[in-house]
Each structure stands twice: as C-alpha cells, then as structure tokens.
Design a protein around this ligand. Structure first.
Ligand code: HEC
Ligand code: HEC
Length: 403
C-alpha cells in the first residue's frame, strides 16, 4: 500500500464509516465466517432469497435482457463472463461501459470508504470506492443509462410488480409496498446486499491455496516458488497490497488490504470513451466519483482488488487492458525496466509512459515500491521463469478445488 498524507480528511469520514462498518457487520456474513456449504444448498433468509431472484432477473432492465448476473456471472466468480474490456448495456445493449466488471466474491469484509490515520484511502465499493455499502452500490446499475437503464426507481418497481415473485416481495415487505416506490426500491437494494452477504457461494474459501493453508495438501514446487516470490519484499512484493497470510485471528486471507494505488496501467483503446483524447478515468478523483475531485494526489488510484478466482476473471485491471495473468505479472516487473513494451510511442519516438494519465499527474504513479521501483536497463524484479511460478501460484486461488 501507498501512504497518502492528508489527515484533514480523516475527521470528515472516520466516525461515520466506523458506524456503517458496525451496521454492516451486524447484518451477518461477517469476516471470520468461513461457511463451506455451496450456494444451491444454503438456506437464505426471505430477504436474501428475494435478493437472489432480483439478481438473476433480466426483466428489471429496460432491455429486458440484462440482470446483475449478466455482468456478474456466478460461473465466472460473479465477474464479467466475456473477454470484452467493458460490458455493454442500455435499452438495446449497445451502450459501452467505462470499466471492467469486477468479481463480487469476498466483499463481505470490504469496509465503507475511509481515510486511515496516515491518510491512506481505504475501502468503499466500486473500483473508486464511491458507494459505502452493498445496498448503496446496488442502486446505480438499475438506473445507469449504459447498464440496466431504468428511468427512475419507480420504473424499476413497476417492472418488479409484474415479476413472478412479486407476491413473495409483498409478503416479505408489506402488502402495500408497491404503493411507495422509493421504499420498495430501498428494499430491493437491501435484499441484493443481503443475498451477497448470506449466500456462502460468495465466500466458500475452498481453493487449493485454502486447502494448503489448512495443512490438507502440499502445493507443487512451481506453486510454492510462486508463493515465495509473491510474498518476498524484494521480488514480487505482491503481498504488500494483496494480503496472502491468515489474519491474527486465523481468518483466511482476502488478497487485498482494501487500499488504493496508482500503478500506471496503460490506456485501453478498446474502450470507446478513449476515442476522446481528453477522457481519463482517474479512479478516486473522478469522473464517476465526485467528492475527491480536488485531491489531485489521489488521481489515478484504484482499489486493490482481491486475487481470489483471478484465473477466471480476465481481462485484468479496471480497464481490462491485459488478457492474461502472464501479461499482468510481466507488466508489473518490466513496466519501468522496459516501458516500450507496454506504452505507445510519442511522435518524436520517445515512449509515452503512463499514457492513461494527463502528464501533470504522472508523478502520482507508484514508483517507490518493488516490483516497480526500477530504471531502464536494470534487471526486472522477476525473470521469465519466476513470472511463470507466480502465475502458477495465482492459479491456486480458484474456488471449488477438488483434490
Ligand atoms: C452492464 C454491466 C453491469 C450490470 C448489469 C451490473 N453491474 Fe455491477 N458492476 C459493473 C461494473 C463495470 C462495475 C465496476 C464499476 C466501477 O468501478 O465504477 C460493477 C461494480 C459492482 C460492485 C462493486 C464491487 C466492488 O469490488 O466494490 C457491486 C457490489 C456490484 N457491481 C453489484 C451489482 C448488482 C447488485 C447489480 C444488479 C442490480 C449489478 N452490479 C449490475 C457492471 C455491471
Ligand atoms: C502497491 C500495491 C500493489 C502491489 C505491490 C501489487 N499490486 Fe496488484 N493491484 C494493485 C491495484 C491498485 C490493482 C488495481 C489496479 C487497476 O485496476 O487499475 C491491482 C490489480 C492486480 C491484478 C488485476 C486484478 C483484476 O481483478 O483485474 C492482478 C492480477 C494483480 N494486481 C496481481 C499482482 C501481482 C502478481 C503482484 C506482484 C508481482 C501485485 N499485484 C503487486 C495494487 C498492487
């Protein structure tokens, strides 16, 4: 993680967020619970069971073809089920999005957004942390014009009142609930949050690496070498942000410390919005997130995502720039030693390093931590064979491992 020193903002956020974190924790599905049942056999509360139906119901979108599960497919760790950089939505499913859809697994202990005492931005939902809870997050896709494209919460509720489970919704939330669309929409978002917190399919902790941590099996030699390189501060240094060790209380690692970093991911011209040279996705400081726009030192920072199930969620990074894990790891270690491999050339033949940030913000990119603290001509932090080992280790993080 990187320290961002702006303690003033701490006071604005901490108290509220501790409260929200406590409230979230009280709703079940909290950190230490490592449930083992699989999704289909789990008993869900009435609210969570409705949440699952809503999650998988395309009739709640203006196209009648897009549900939450269309972009967060259970078969792909609840991430985008295709190799497109960004998903398409809208009335005719022809409107491109702006970011790659992330996995929804292992978010149960993702805290609400706050600044840590050293100024480090932490937590929040979405890649820029702009939603403070799963319920708050769930409002946006229903209404975003490039996603489910409903005109209003009332529009969503009018569709829901015609769904096969409308009677079940009334039984759970009151016979007159559809008369108050704002209240009904709140119940929809709470039900979606409850589903994601309760269904153990969102956090089975049954990867090969979990079996290894439980002492049930040995990793292969390549996987063990990869794990050591992943953890080593002078080599991959991946665990500095993607936590790989059990917590002090024995809780399994989530492969994220919920902080933010700017790692200078190259621009992805496959995203239609990039046709405008003035368009930049700056993560924490906008354009989607609006409250930190004047904090220029935060521009370009995105949330550290979990690496659990990473083998199933290509393409990678917020903009889906890389298709394979091998490319991602090679980018990490050769970004600074061989920048010409990753970034386009300027008219004068020089490398346009950090081409997805306006030049004034290039200094925000993390160049102080391994593996990206090198200079051109120096040896990369990992050799080709070591990259293969790290990738072998990353492949042990897929849920549903059968020995
Ligand atoms: C058209 C595709 C699409 C649809 C439909 C969609 N999402 Fe998403 N979802 C995304 C994208 C893209 C992001 C990342 C957004 C960002 O970072 O700004 C995201 C982010 C999220 C996150 C935040 C994950 C994190 O790591 O913080 C949650 C939770 C989520 N979606 C839940 C839902 C729910 C619930 C629904 C249905 C109501 C839904 N999504 C519908 C594309 C979609
Ligand atoms: C200083 C913090 C930091 C370190 C060190 C770090 N990462 Fe990351 N990692 C991030 C951030 C932040 C992102 C998200 C960036 C984005 O989306 O633009 C990320 C994203 C990723 C992704 C893509 C995840 C996805 O869902 O698309 C992979 C894979 C990954 N990292 C692997 C690694 C490996 C392997 C190492 C070690 C060689 C490593 N990381 C070191 C912060 C870090």
């Amino acid at each position: 993680m990187t320290a961002f020193h702006h303690p003033a903002s701490l006071f604005r956020h901490t108290a509220l967020n501790i409260l929200i974190a406590l409230l979230l924790g009280a709703c079940g599905g909290g950190g230490g619970d490592t449930g083992t049942a699989s999704g289909s056999t789990a008993t869900l509360s009435a609210s969570a069971a409705l949440g699952e139906k809503i999650f998988k119901d395309p009739s709640l979108s203006a196209s009648a073809r897009l549900s939450c599960a269309s972009c967060h497919d259970p078969a792909f760790a609840y991430a985008q089920p295709n190799t497109l950089a960004v998903p398409f939505g809208g009335i005719a499913l022809s409107d491109p999005g702006f970011r790659n859809a992330p996995s929804l697994k292992y978010l149960q202990s993702n805290p609400a957004f706050f600044f840590a005492s050293d100024g480090t931005p932490t937590g929040g939902f979405n890649r820029d942390g702009r939603a403070n809870s799963l319920a708050e997050q769930a409002r946006r896709p229903f209404l975003a014009p490039h996603e489910m494209a409903n005109a209003s919460p009332a529009d969503v509720i009018s569709r829901l009142s015609r769904a096969s489970y409308a009677a079940e919704f009334r039984r759970a939330f009151g016979e007159r609930i559809f008369d108050d669309p704002a209240a009904a929409f709140d119940r929809v978002t709470l039900a979606l949050a409850q589903y994601q917190k309760e269904d153990p399919d969102f956090r089975p902790f049954d990867s090969k690496y979990d079996a290894f941590l439980a002492g049930k099996l040995r990793l292969s030699d390549a996987e063990l070498r990869g794990l050591a390189l992943f953890n080593s501060a002078g080599k991959g240094n991946c665990a500095a942000c993607h936590t790989s060790a059990k917590g002090a209380d024995g809780s399994p690692p989530l492969f994220t410390d919920f902080t933010y970093d700017n790692i200078g991911v190259p621009r992805n011209y496959a995203i239609p919005a990039t046709a405008d040279p003035a368009y930049f996705d700056l993560g924490l400081c906008g354009p989607d997130r609006l409250d930190l726009q004047n904090r220029s030192e935060l521009c370009g920072a995105f949330k550290v995502p979990t690496l659990r199930n990473i083998a199933k969620t290509a393409p990678y990074f917020h903009n889906g720039r890389f298709a394979t894990l091998r490319e991602v790891v090679a980018f990490y270690v050769r970004r600074d030693t061989n920048p010409g491999e990753w970034y386009p050339l300027n008219a004068d033949g020089s490398v346009n390093k950090f081409d997805d940030l306006p030049p004034a913000l290039h200094a925000n990119v993390n160049t102080s931590e391994a593996p990206y603290n090198r200079k051109p001509g120096e040896a990369p932090a990992l050799s080709d064979a070591e990259i293969d080992d790290v990738v072998a280790f990353l492949n042990t993080l897929t849920d549903g491992f059968k020995p």
